[in-house]
Design a protein around this ligand. Sequence first.
Ligand SMILES: *[C@@H]1O[C@H](CO)[C@@H](O)[C@H](O)[C@H]1NC(C)=O
Ligand SMILES: *[C@@H]1O[C@H](CO)[C@@H](O)[C@H](O)[C@H]1NC(C)=O
Ligand SMILES: *[C@@H]1O[C@H](CO)[C@@H](O)[C@H](O)[C@H]1NC(C)=O
Ligand SMILES: *[C@@H]1O[C@H](CO)[C@@H](O)[C@H](O)[C@H]1NC(C)=O
Ligand SMILES: *[C@@H]1O[C@H](CO)[C@@H](O)[C@H](O)[C@H]1NC(C)=O
Ligand SMILES: [Cu+2]
Length: 167
Amino acid sequence: MGSNKVAVIGAVLAMLAILQLAEAQTQHVVGGSEGWKIPSNDSTYQDWANNQNFSVGDILVFNFVTNQHDVVEVPKDSYDICSPEFAMNTTIMKGPAHLTLNSSGQFYYICSFGTHCIQGQKLAIIVSNSSSSSLAPSPQSSWSPAVVTTTPTAAAAFSLIFIFSFI
Ligand SMILES: *[C@@H]1O[C@H](CO)[C@@H](O)[C@H](O)[C@H]1NC(C)=O
Ligand SMILES: *[C@@H]1O[C@H](CO)[C@@H](O)[C@H](O)[C@H]1NC(C)=O
Ligand SMILES: *[C@@H]1O[C@H](CO)[C@@H](O)[C@H](O)[C@H]1NC(C)=O
Ligand SMILES: *[C@@H]1O[C@H](CO)[C@@H](O)[C@H](O)[C@H]1NC(C)=O
Ligand SMILES: *[C@@H]1O[C@H](CO)[C@@H](O)[C@H](O)[C@H]1NC(C)=O
Ligand SMILES: [Cu+2]
C-alpha cells in the first residue's frame, strides 16, 4: 500500500477520533421523563442522580416550562435549607435548558419558585474528571468504524493499531 493511502486513512481516522471526542459528552436528562418540576417523591432527583455518572463535559438537560420553574445553582448550605441566597451567576430562567458541566466537584441546583425546593425540586451532583472509569476498554475482537464506542484515548489507540497494520 502506498504511503498516500496510509496518510489518507490516518487522516480519516484522526477525524473519527475528533468526532468521537465531540461525542464523548453524555446528556443527562434531569429527572428522566418526569423532567424538572415538583417531584412525585421528594427523593426523586437524588434517586435519579445516584444512578448517573457525571463527568466534566457532560450536559444536564432541565426540562421545564418557562415561568413555572427555574434552575438556580447555590452553595451546599443554601441547598440544604432551600434558600436561593448566595446563588451563583448561572440562574436559568428559560426552559428547557442545557447546562454544560465545565468542572469537577459538587454542584447544587434548586428551583426558587414558591416551596418547590422544599417539596423536593432540588438536585445535588458530583462531577468527576472525565477520564476515570473508561480507561481500560473491554477487548474488542475486530475493529470497525461502526464500533467506535470507547473513549477518545482508546479510539486514538485503535486508530494507531489500524494504521500500523498497513505498514
Ligand atoms: C420515595 O422514594 C423512596 C426511594 O425510592 C421510597 O423508599 C419511598 O417509599 C417513596 N415515597 C413515596 C411517598 O412514594
Ligand atoms: C457508573 O459507574 C459505575 C462504576 O464505574 C458503574 O458500575 C455504573 O454502571 C455506571 N453507571 C452508569 C449509568 O453509567
Ligand atoms: C457574577 O457575574 C459578575 C459579572 O459578570 C461577576 O463580577 C461576579 O464575580 C460573578 N459572581 C460569581 C459568584 O461568579
Ligand atoms: C461552561 O462553559 C461554556 C463555554 O465557556 C459556558 O457557555 C457555560 O455557561 C459554562 N457552564 C457553566 C455551568 O458555567
Ligand atoms: C480533577 O482534576 C483536577 C486537575 O487535575 C483536580 O484539581 C481536581 O481535584 C480533580 N477533581 C476530582 C473530583 O477528582
Ligand atoms: Cu419549580
